[in-house]
Design a protein around this ligand. Structure first.
Ligand code: 9MR
Length: 433
């Protein structure tokens, strides 16, 4: 259903971008760990695995600045190396690091259009942003973002129509006194129909439901507001709210791919099984097109085998696999033996390049072309990552940076970008920088 839009007709000046990417940069430090793939909501499990090293046949030269910075001058456009959406989560509107308001907004836009073919809104397309009151939808900020994608020949992966977490649940949905299923259905349809009519084909897919699994919940399902209002209709069934949301999205008739999205569902067998249970329940009614794996991961955890096994389960069901929120923190503070201070040295930058490459390689090797829903990183530059706050809040670890993404704070490309490019080009993964 989903197709990649033609970028060549609508791109911003590649000359400006090349000039930007050719500039030198600054970067910083790290250390690896093994631990727990997690999200804003919780974290579970642990394990470890490491990767190998080999010479690449195509690699850009790396800058190794005296202050410990590592950058490359890419001789490729990342998205052009792939036959599936290559995405990045972005901030917009008045958020920090907004691609419209930040001091380096124009440069940010240029790097994004140079290397990515799809955008996900990191926040501004969540529930309360778009639907704060029952009879009020607020699409202005999202329209600016989706319009930007549309103008530049990119698609948007919508995130997320139904998610339990915090402030982004519209207040009016709590203690709702009417028909909850009808209300939820109208919520989904109102949002999907808006983008479909304003920017046909640009919002090509949606996380219809995000993070419904919780090992501490009832039968493994998170006991959210939505669950409590619309629990499983009968024993052994998936929660009714999930079915209602997907049915509503399907009923719009929009040519979009519908995803169930969750975290920690690669190495954690219990969470993976629950994810698959949801997918199977929805597939019975042809209500789902794919499964999203968030993949907030570490240098050695989960293992490549874990990724392969999880992707394969979805492929076996004939559903699409989408890596929706990839970041690779160079430290895992959940293991109990994480260092207090990090240094992002050349060896670590090289290992991270290889890790990104290996992950992309496993994706390509496991998921056949027709089931590749996309490969998205959760943020553009290291300094904008959500992980520093997350680690501080969850473990007290106070890192200035954990270097989880593909671009340095000054927007120069990291060796990690070369790692993904190597995989996309079918080159062997290596840690050379
Ligand atoms: O990166 C997002 C962060 O800025 C927000 O504060 C947070 C709460 O809305 O959500 C973060 O994104 C999450 C995503 O929506 C769902 N999967 C986990 C992501 C990281 O927490």
């Amino acid at each position: 259903m989903l197709q990649i839009k033609n970028r060549e007709t609508a791109k911003l000046s590649p000359l400006i971008v090349s000039a930007l990417l050719a500039t030198t940069l600054t970067a910083c430090g790290g250390s690896s760990g093994g631990g727990s793939e997690q999200s804003s909501s919780s974290s579970e499990s642990s394990s470890s695995e490491s990767s190998s090293s080999e010479e690449s046949s195509s690699s850009s030269s790396s800058e190794d600045n005296t202050d410990g910075a590592f950058s490359i001058d890419p001789d490729f456009q990342l998205y052009a190396l792939a036959d599936f959406p290559v995405g990045v989560a972005v901030s917009a509107a008045g958020e920090s690091y907004s691609i419209f308001n930040h001091s380096d907004a124009t440069q940010r836009q240029n790097v994004i259009t140079e290397h990515f073919s799809e955008l996900t809104a990191g926040n501004i397309m969540k529930m309360s942003y778009l639907h704060p009151q029952e009879d009020t939808f607020t699409f202005g900020d999202a329209d600016e973002l989706v319009g930007f994608a549309d103008t530049n020949g990119m698609t948007v992966h919508g995130h997320a129509l139904v998610w339990h977490s915090g402030y982004q649940v519209p207040g009016f949905m709590e203690n709702y006194e009417g028909d909850f299923a009808a209300m939820l259905s109208d919520h989904v349809k109102g949002i999907v129909n808006h983008f479909e009519s304003e920017f046909p084909g640009t919002v090509a897919s949606w996380d219809v439901v995000n993070e419904a699994v919780d090992q501490g919940g009832e039968n493994g399902f998170r006991q959210s507001l939505f669950y409590n209002e619309l629990p499983p209709a009968s024993e052994g069934d998936i929660p009714e709210y999930i079915r209602v949301a997907f049915q509503a999205a399907r009923d719009t008739g929009a040519e979009i791919d519908l995803y169930y999205n969750d975290y920690d569902n690669t190495a954690n067998d219990v969470r993976l099984a629950k994810t698959l249970e949801i997918a199977d329940g929805l597939a019975e009614g042809d209500l789902i097109d794919g499964v999203g794996f968030q993949m907030h991961v570490y240098m050695t955890y989960p293992s490549l085998n874990d990724f392969e096994n999880a992707f394969q389960e979805v492929v076996d069901r004939g559903l699409k696999v989408k890596v929706t929120e990839l970041d690779v923190a160079v430290v895992n503070p959940y293991g109990g033996n994480a260092p207090d201070e990090l240094e992002y040295d050349a060896a670590l930058a090289g290992e991270q390049k290889q890790r990104f490459c290996d992950i992309a390689r496993v994706y390509l090797e496991t998921v056949p072309a027709e089931l590749r829903g996309g490969f998205t990183v959760w943020g553009l530059t290291d300094d904008e990552s959500w992980l520093m706050n997350q680690f501080r809040n969850a473990t007290g670890a106070d890192y200035d940076d954990v270097w989880p993404l593909l671009f340095n704070a000054d927007l120069s490309a990291k060796p990690a970008l070369q790692g993904v490019a190597d995989a996309f080009q079918g080159n062997a993964c290596n840690s050379d920088i």
